[in-house]
Design a binder for this molecule. Structure first.
Ligand SMILES: [Zn+2]
Length: 580
């Protein structure tokens, strides 16, 4: 068997290490300034409506995503509807200058909020055909899932919502869109749900325009592309944009099937489109140029996948793989593959965990020492906490920022109130963020630096009316089904209670059985419950979302219950933070 070192060398030789030097484009970064390449990317998002071809117009820069207008004889349809009412209304005003024909249909390329939340801005009464993949509704509902707190925290860091607008640590852009909208906490949403869905392919005609919708899993599982054969226009949704694809997103996501993504692009290549109108960044025209971009994009994705698998089979761990899997020069230098949004490194790690899960294969990491023991051990090697602080400070001075951040993290674990340690970690993260070409990394580093300094405290500042207008459309059963993951084990360890929920307005019933630290969801009204709660489904939603005071809700009679009031209160107190 090859030794570890020779495995790395062999993988390096066989994979793409010959390209390593050529690919490490180090843009001239000036201390205290935004990475100039990322700054240039902002120009990509200049607010403008492009004419893709006759009767197809693409609005760029009005929000994070684009919106595309397709004009037919008597009416128009819109592909992707922006992420808020405000941005949708601004786009609609521009589209109205082109044509006043009525909006007959909306098409959603996938479920992400920046593409679907502005529907009512285009069609105020909501009466419209909305085309999407058959799973898009399901994925929209998932946003209301039990992971909302952590996804909110990580998304907020990644999109830089709390970063200043000016200065070297400003929020420059989000990699594939401008800073507007993501920073706008006062935005309102106007979601219209899909009502014309399909599984694989849908051939139809809208406003006299032939339209083919094709399921194309990639950035999301519900992704579709839109093909207008008569106009030679392909709308790839988020499976193509002018940045390295986000094969993994650092806000946290299920594994994105990268090979399926490459195959989806192959379906697009087969159409040989003359125009590419993506849902982020600008349109591209020219059959040759579009073909070349599609090919480079799918090749980059497959390259990362294949070379990661190869390294995995040679025994490499994720930390080793990211050192050896580097794009070949022709891809690394391609304008559509610059790491403004996704990165090769995160993708490699994601492919590893997507196939093998968390264990890297080395028994030394199978049951690792706990973080406290590790921190104490590292400190002791450094001659105590003082020595470790000195080492972290030296690393910072030597511009070894990742190492400085790691050492400072151990120090903070040993002493969570250590200002000196937090200072070093914040400085290290800020230095990493300022230099980064990747907007997500930059925003994340800079935000966490501010958090360490106590300058920023991230909280869920979703406006109640937004929460209701969106989450209010999520089926009520999902709310009850989300309760188990909010169960406080310590309070429920000796409990055995069955609660039944009746929602007469939608004629649905559910149950929760709390059984010694576990809450089992029952998808129907349970037999012989200890407590029965009867209420309107919207009242329950508002209660769960914190828009109603529980005490006044109960005393006002909006919720009826059978059983003991004490039992009821005791039951609800078992859950946090949804119900308190
Ligand atoms: Zn998007």
């Amino acid at each position: 068997m090859l030794s570890r070192i020779s495995v790395v060398v062999a993988a390096c030789f066989l994979a793409a290490c010959q390209s390593q030097d050529a690919t490490e484009v180090d843009p001239p970064v000036v201390e205290g300034e935004v990475n100039p390449a990322l700054e240039r990317q902002t120009e990509e998002f200049e607010r403008k409506v492009y004419t893709v071809t006759d009767g197809v117009y693409q609005a760029v820069g009005f929000g994070v995503a684009n919106s595309i207008l397709v004009e037919g004889d008597e009416c128009v349809f819109i592909v992707d509807v922006m992420g808020s009412m405000e941005s949708a209304t601004a786009v609609k005003a521009e589209f109205d200058k082109i044509t006043q024909k009525p909006v007959k249909a909306l098409i959603y390329t996938h479920n992400h909020a920046d593409h679907v939340m502005g529907g009512l801005g285009f069609v105020p009464d909501g009466e419209v055909d909305v085309y999407a993949h058959e799973t898009t509704n399901y994925y929209i509902n998932r946003v209301a899932n039990v992971l909302r707190p952590v996804l909110n925290l990580r998304s907020t860091r990644m999109f830089g919502n709390y970063l200043p607008r000016q200065g070297p640590d400003r929020m420059e852009n989000v990699g594939l869109g401008p800073l507007v909208e993501t920073l706008d906490r006062d935005m309102t949403i106007g979601l219209i749900r899909p009502n014309k869905t399909f599984a694989d392919t849908l051939d139809t005609e809208i406003c006299g325009v032939k339209v083919q919708l094709v399921h194309a899993p990639g950035e999301t599982n519900d992704q579709i592309f839109v093909w207008l054969p008569e106009r030679d226009v392909l709308m790839p949704g988020d499976n193509i944009y002018k940045a390295f694809p986000n094969l993994y997103t650092i806000r946290g996501t299920l594994y994105r099937d990268v090979l399926a993504w490459a195959r989806s692009i192959d379906k697009m290549r087969a159409l040989r489109p003359a125009h590419l109108a993506p849902s982020h960044t600008r349109p591209i025209s020219g059959r040759e140029e579009v073909g070349e971009i599609l090919t480079a994009y799918r090749d980059a994705i497959q390259f990362v996948h294949d070379q990661t698998i190869r390294g995995i089979n040679q025994g490499l761990t994720p930390d080793e793989l990211v050192e050896v899997v580097k794009l070949p020069p022709h891809l690394a230098e391609h304008p559509f593959l610059q790491e403004f949004y996704g990165t090769v490194e995160w993708s490699v790690r994601s492919v590893f965990s997507g196939y093998l899960g968390w264990f890297d294969g080395d028994a030394a990491t199978l049951e690792p020492v706990n973080p406290d023991e590790r921190a104490a051990g590292i400190a002791s090697l450094a001659g105590g906490a003082e020595g470790l602080l000195r080492a972290a400070s030296e690393a910072l001075d030597q511009e070894r920022y990742r190492w400085a951040a790691e050492l400072a993290t151990h120090l903070i674990r040993l002493n969570p109130s250590s200002t000196a340690a937090k200072r070093i970690k914040a400085d290290a993260l800020r230095a990493l963020g300022r230099r980064h070409i990747n907007a997500n990394a930059r925003n994340y580093y800079l935000t966490q630096a501010l958090e360490l300094e106590g300058e920023v405290e991230i909280h869920d500042d979703t406006k109640p009316e937004n929460a209701l207008s969106f989450v209010g459309t999520v089926p009520i059963g999902k709310f009850v089904a989300a309760m188990p993951a909010n169960l406080i084990y310590e309070k429920s360890a000796d409990k055995n209670i069955v609660a039944g929920f009746r929602f007469p307005d939608v004629d649905e019933g559910y149950g929760i059985h709390v059984r010694r630290g576990v809450a089992e969801f029952i998808d129907h009204f349970p037999d012989d419950p200890d407590i029965t709660i009867t209420t309107n489904s919207n009242v329950w939603r508002e209660l769960v979302l914190g828009l109603r005071n529980p005490v006044t809700t109960f005393t006002s009679g909006d919720i009826q219950f059978a059983g003991s009031a004490l039992d009821l209160v005791a039951f609800l107190r078992l859950f946090k933070p949804a119900i308190d």
